[in-house]
Design a protein around this ligand. Structure first.
Ligand code: DMJ
Length: 633
């Protein structure tokens, strides 16, 4: 995934600026009135501690230190905490000590209903929802249905018939892609195209979930979701009309025109270019239009022809020449879903395209070789970054985004079977054993990111203490404790570092996603319990008063937290959906029958049939992994 959220910076137009202005103007003001261009001799001769500039300097340092400590909040931050128990007293839980997963699942449904109803009340039809201000905002003149479409399949799974009817009515009557608006190729594909396609799939496959009524908008013989999806996809496809075939970052919807990124010398994020394949391939299968398939498949070939070392891709790609740009390698922003879509493409077409499993395996071996290390003193397993290339230093930094990875590893090992079933297969290997172990370890680290924070909600980015030089995969290291001791002085806390600018929590789903896969695949109840703990933290710190929805946090490491006043569309599309699935029975979306796209939208697996086939082959490599007959880069 590649959506980079702007860092938490002070807005010098807000009330916070007033505070800061006050501090600064008392300095500046004093200078303007009192400070001549040259100092009087008497002033000059004063001892240092009696000089105004000494105090000025000290004050500036204090102001700076207070700012760094997060003393002044950022623009979008409201000081009103969402922490009062009354903010979520609507939840209908019994006081019984007995764990009842059905009751917990219903609590998630209630959280969804409160989120949706608040959006409906205050921001209906808008693309953004600011639940504290109780306002909405559009990303295009007539809106894109950003929240409505991203929520469709969650509503179907939760059987929310009347709410779904309202959403369909809006899509039928108000949604148009005919707007002179540039949109992100990737985000619009995974959220809007993905949302419509999964709604189409669920509605067709499970007609009894949130059933359509005769008089529903768009119901009579019309495939509303698929029609809107096809119209959108035709427009998005113009992104691929670049000299190389690598998609441009943006598209103008009305003009059917791809637009290069305004930053990064026009380069696209690698994750953006290489994780739109599930959506377009499913659409190709549904419509029989092969060009959808061919366009996205071509990008896979271009990437692989670059021969990324050990299967690890730099995070930018040029639409002009199809080459990678720079050497920054990471599984966080701009890199993540490339890896996810390798294994999911293999699974989507019923394992008929082994080329993608091969690339996945190569990349996982590369991750072990270059990015896996262990923390000190406790020995947690982390996946670091190589910001300057594989020959340069490992940075012990993990975006929360990386937490999709352990669940995806487990999915890759078993193909969606339970671990118990997969172990009975003759193909089960020591490598599978090791990969499952890695998945367990990284999931625990991601859970630690939550436990480390005052609110129990993970920061956007966590750093770790590691040895110098870093321990590499498999080297002896301490075994971390199974649980996180709540003592504020507990030793495990020394392994984790959260910087002031990284303390925001945007309601991201990745750890919940992995908990869902780990629970389904291993059956280890602790993953469900961790999910429940996380859900309670969301209730405690992100619920807005008066059933006002849920908001992200600008600082999740202080109580009360500072609020960011935004309810992300993936809060409903992913975080609440993964919680719901985590607490549901395993036969709801069986993992060996579906693939979920990177926005949490389920698609069916299918056979390619006569119309489709893998239209490319990997170039031959030698024993070192270099392309045969081509110079080593
Ligand atoms: C979502 O839009 C998708 O999961 C994407 O791949 C990653 N970023 C957000 C959620 O964090």
């Amino acid at each position: 995934m590649a959506f980079n959220v702007p860092r938490h910076l002070p807005d010098f137009g807000s009330q916070n600026r007033d505070l800061e202005d006050h501090a600064w103007s008392s300095l500046r003001g004093a200078g303007a009135r009192d400070k001549p261009f040259t100092y009087t001799p008497s002033y000059k001769n004063r001892p240092l501690w009696r000089k105004k500039r000494f105090f000025g300097g000290i004050t500036m340092l204090v102001v700076f230190a207070l700012y760094m400590l997060g003393f002044w909040s950022s623009p979008e931050v409201k000081s009103k905490p969402a922490t009062a128990k009354s903010a979520w007293s609507w939840i209908g839980m019994s006081n019984s000590d007995k764990v009842d997963w059905e009751e917990r699942r219903q609590a998630v449904v209630e959280a969804f209903q409160v989120s949706w109803d608040a959006y409906e009340r205050y921001a209906w039809g808008y693309d953004e929802f600011h639940p504290v201000a109780k306002t909405g905002k559009n990303m295009a003149p007539q809106g894109l249905g950003w929240i409505i479409i991203d929520s469709l399949d969650t509503m179907i799974l939760m059987n929310q018939t009347s709410r779904l009817q309202h959403a369909r009515q809006w899509i039928s009557e108000s949604l148009t892609w005919e707007q002179n608006q540039d949109v992100s190729t990737f985000e619009t594909t995974i959220r809007m195209l993905g949302g419509l396609l999964s709604a189409h799939y669920l509605q067709t496959e499970f007609p009894n979930l949130a059933p359509l009524e005769e008089d529903d908008e768009g119901a009579a013989g019309e495939d509303l979701y698929l029609e809107k999806a096809k119209d959108l996809a035709d427009r998005l496809l113009s992104a691929f009309e670049s000299p190389s075939g690598v998609p441009y970052s943006s598209v103008n919807l009305e003009k059917f025109k791809g637009i290069p990124s305004h930053d990064d010398q026009g380069a696209a994020s690698t994750a953006e270019a290489l994780s739109v394949q599930l959506e377009f391939k499913y659409l190709a299968k549904l419509t029989g239009e092969k060009y959808f398939w061919d366009k996205v498949e071509k990008v896979m070939e271009i990437a692989d022809d670059n021969n990324p070392r050990d299967g690890l891709v730099p995070i930018y790609m040029h639409p002009i020449n199809g080459e990678f740009k720079g050497e920054n390698i990471r599984l966080g922003s701009r890199g993540d879903s490339y890896y996810e879509y390798l294994i999911k493409q293999y699974l989507q077409t019923n394992k008929e395209e082994p080329i993608y499993q091969e690339m996945w395996k190569e990349s996982l071996a590369g991750v072990r070789k270059h990015l896996v290390t262990y923390t000190e003193p406790s020995g947690y397993t982390i996946i670091g970054e190589r910001p300057s290339g594989l020959n340069k230093a490992l940075s012990p930094k993990m975006d929360h985004l990386v937490c999709f990875y352990p669940g995806t590893i487990a999915l890759a090992v078993t193909g969606g079977l339970t671990e118990a079933e997969a172990r009975k297969l003759p193909t089960w290997s020591q490598q599978d054993e090791d990969d499952m172990q890695l998945a367990h370890e990284i999931t625990q680290t991601c859970w630690g990111m939550y436990k480390y924070m005052a609110t129990g909600l993970a920061a956007e980015i966590t750093y770790f203490n590691i040895a110098k030089p870093p321990l590499m995969d498999g080297q002896p290291h301490n075994v971390p404790p199974a649980t996180f001791d709540p003592d504020p002085d507990a030793s495990w806390r020394k392994d984790f570092i959260v910087k002031n600018n990284d303390q925001h929590n945007l309601q991201r789903p990745e750890t919940l996603e992995s908990l869902f896969y780990m629970w389904r695949i291993t059956g280890d109840i602790k993953y469900r319990e961790w999910g429940w703990e996380m859900f309670k933290s969301f209730l405690e710190y992100e619920a807005v008063e008066d059933k006002g929805g849920f908001t992200g946090l600008a600082n999740a490491n202080t109580i009360p937290p500072r609020i960011k006043d935004n309810m992300e569309s993936f809060w409903i599309a992913e975080s609440l959906k993964y919680l719901y699935l985590l607490f549901s029975d395993d036969d709801l979306l069986p993992l060996d029958k579906v693939v979920l796209n990177t926005e949490g939208h389920p698609f069916p697996r299918f056979s390619m049939g006569p119309l489709f086939s893998t239209g490319w082959q990997r170039k031959p490599r030698d024993a070192n992994g270099d392309l045969v007959g081509e110079p080593t880069p």
